[in-house]
Design a protein around this ligand. Structure first.
Ligand code: SAM
Length: 286
């Protein structure tokens, strides 16, 4: 069944002048999907220690990570804050998490640039601004549980975990990427994330319900299992639209048996694959 949105307003991606225009979409939880058209908040988090990776380059006295600190500050100031992301904790984490550790060696020099980068298997690590914006939109509060669909490199998962008192679950459909992300996070000493290989369309039933769900690949409809695994008041941030084209970024807030929906404007994501969307995940590395 297709959910019809009673009104719809596409919002400007530069959020400085943006207002929220909720679209109320009432649906029964037995409904299988919502096809349609997705904005933001300023949560507060207790300051927590940030993981510092200290990759020492032979022959250098200082950790290599120092060389990237200024690039991270610039990335946050010029590509994230400048577009309107304001949450202080999200900005703190974006200034701290070493993105260059999450990209293939040939792309390390571009790790803090304002665009996505390939991570193999036709997939990407998202543009830093999108990572920060989607994280802000989740409005995570201390003690909450968040599910990410599309672990990819593991970068977004670590950004979520570094917010502090938040329990992070993340699912990746491509076995090799799931293994690489788990090994990378493990190697860096980060073991508190819950990772699994599988089809995230169906959520993670054993650990539901979640306070927030972030989907980092685009289905052409809202997966109903994810709606069902959300607490009342829970948030889903998800790109929805046809594969190989622009999609709309949506934020849905669960309110009883209904969803309040916010269309946040155009984005471009890789497709959500698997049986729920009838798209085969790629099997070859390039
Ligand atoms: N969040 C990632 C990061 O920080 O690197 C980037 C994600 S990339 C844009 C989208 C990811 O979603 C890809 O790794 C892709 O394999 C994965 N994906 C696609 N369909 C999926 C599904 N049904 N379940 C879980 N992961 C899926």
């Amino acid at each position: 069944m297709i959910i019809q949105c009673s009104m719809c307003r596409v919002l400007c991606r530069n959020r400085r002048n943006q207002k929220l225009w909720p679209i109320i979409v009432y649906l029964s939880l037995s409904i299988t999907g919502c096809q349609a058209a997705p904005p933001m908040a300023s949560p507060t988090h207790e300051p927590t220690p940030v993981i510092r990776l200290t990759t020492v380059v032979p022959g250098e006295e200082t950790p290599a990570d120092d060389a990237y600190a200024q690039l991270r500050l610039d990335m946050v100031e010029f590509t994230i804050e400048a577009r309107g992301v304001q949450d202080a904790e999200v900005l703190r984490v974006m200034r701290s998490v070493p993105r260059h550790e999450f990209v293939p060696p040939e792309y390390v020099g571009q790790a803090y640039e304002d665009h996505p980068l390939p991570i193999g298997y036709g997939q990407t690590i998202s543009q830093p601004y999108i990572v920060a914006w989607m994280t802000e939109l989740l409005e995570l509060k201390p003690g909450e549980k968040v599910l990410e669909i599309g672990t990819g490199s593991g970068y977004q998962a670590l950004v979520l975990a570094e917010l502090g008192d938040v329990e992070v679950y993340s699912i990746e459909i491509i076995p090799e990427l799931a293994e690489q992300a788990a090994a990378r996070l493990h190697r860096q000493g980060y073991n508190a994330l819950h990772l699994k290989q599988g089809d995230g369309y169906y959520g993670w039933e054993e650990h539901a319900p979640f306070d927030a769900i972030i989907v980092t690949a685009a289905p052409d409809h809202l997966p109903q299992p994810l709606v069902e695994q959300l607490v009342d008041g829970g948030r889903i941030v998800i790109p929805i639209g046809p594969p190989g084209s622009y999609q709309s970024l949506w934020k849905f807030v669960k309110e009883g048996s209904g969803l309040k929906a916010y269309n946040l404007g155009d984005v471009a994501f890789v497709p959500l694959t698997g049986t729920g969307t009838n798209l085969e995940p790629p099997t070859a590395a390039p």
